[in-house]
Design a protein around this ligand. Structure first.
Ligand code: FPP
Length: 296
């Protein structure tokens, strides 16, 4: 069941946010919003501050966007916090990012629970240092059974790696049964495997298994790149890019992105009949779970 927006007392009457909110149809919200948070370094540079000051300021945006997404009633929010490529950054910057992450979780866990938010990590969590892994596991365990927003944080994440991992895990899971079936039927086990691997089974082997694919992908700081983010899952996502740097990105822009998203014509490769009805289209099957409130 879609959850109802709970914005009472959260959006100030007469504010710019309220006026954008009035243009949003609560029944056609994106189910999953994914965000490439970019521009922390430039934000700091503009203020002659060290880069890490930008990351620290970015935490306030994370807090605001998580709470707004939960109150809007979105099903999933995924934030790209640290890519596999980010390991190339100076050690001191990586250390600060990791301690900011621990600090964020230690401070926010109570509020995540209060807001019914299920916290998840996607990416190669095993690459992170033990104390960070412990804090993340604590957050996931404490929120595992919550039924509101699912908040994915992508850490040591790479889209290509995710697909490779999914293929490896899928083959390993299917192999025993395929060999057994091959023995019983004298069929080629490679052919049995080939038939068992399709978009649906691969989708179920991704980090985001069981979640709807992103409907809306936001990138801050104006760069027109995907940066190895959710490569499989964004097949039909609407992309929205803003020049705003991440530390300045707040609910007003999230609401604006959602308002603009609702104006897009999503055909999923199909065509629209003359009367405006979808003649052939709809979300493709097998790429995750279709959004609960599919927009037309
Ligand atoms: C990109 O800006 C941002 C990151 C690599 C890190 C994002 C991290 C945070 C917002 C803080 C920690 C997150 C959580 C969820 C607690 P950039 O440094 O690449 O900016 P630039 O392109 O201007 O240099």
């Amino acid at each position: 069941m879609p959850r109802k927006p709970d914005l009472e007392g959260y959006i100030i009457p007469g504010s710019a946010e309220e006026s954008i909110l009035r243009e949003i149809d609560p029944d056609r919200l994106p189910s999953h919003v994914a965000v490439i948070m970019d521009g922390n370094g430039r934000w700091a540079q503009q203020r002659r501050l060290p880069r890490v000051a930008g990351h620290r300021a970015g935490i306030d945006s994370v807090r605001d966007i998580v709470e707004t997404s939960a109150r809007l009633g979105l099903d999933v929010l995924t934030l790209y916090a640290f890519s596999q490529e980010n390991w190339k950054r100076p050690r001191a910057e990586i250390r600060t990012l990791m301690s900011l992450l621990k600090e964020y979780l230690a401070r926010e866990l109570r509020s995540l629970i209060k807001n019914d938010i299920r916290f998840r990590v996607i990416g190669r969590m095993e690459d992170l240092e033990a104390s960070v892994q412990r804090e993340l596991t604590k957050g996931m365990d404490a929120t595992r059974d919550l039924g509101g927003l699912t908040f994915n944080i992508a850490l040591s994440y790479g889209g290509r790696t995710e697909i490779v991992d999914a293929c490896r895990n899928l083959v390993a899971a299917l192999l025993p049964a395929a060999l057994e079936q091959a023995r019983e039927t004298l069929r080629d086990p490679a052919e049995i495997l080939r038939q068992a691997i399709d978009e649906a089974s691969l989708g179920r082997s991704l980090y985001t298994a069981g979640q709807p694919d992103p409907d809306l992908l936001i990138r801050t700081s104006g760069e027109m790149r995907i940066s190895n983010f959710l490569l499989w899952q964004i097949a039909y996502a609407e992309i929205w890019v803003t020049p705003t740097l991440w530390p300045d990105f707040r609910k007003l822009e999230l609401l604006t992105a959602i308002r603009d998203f609702q104006k897009r014509d999503r055909r999923y490769g199909g065509v629209r009949a003359a009367g405006g009805d979808e003649a052939s289209g709809g979300a493709p099957v097998g790429a995750g779970v279709p959004g609960k409130r599919r927009v037309v």
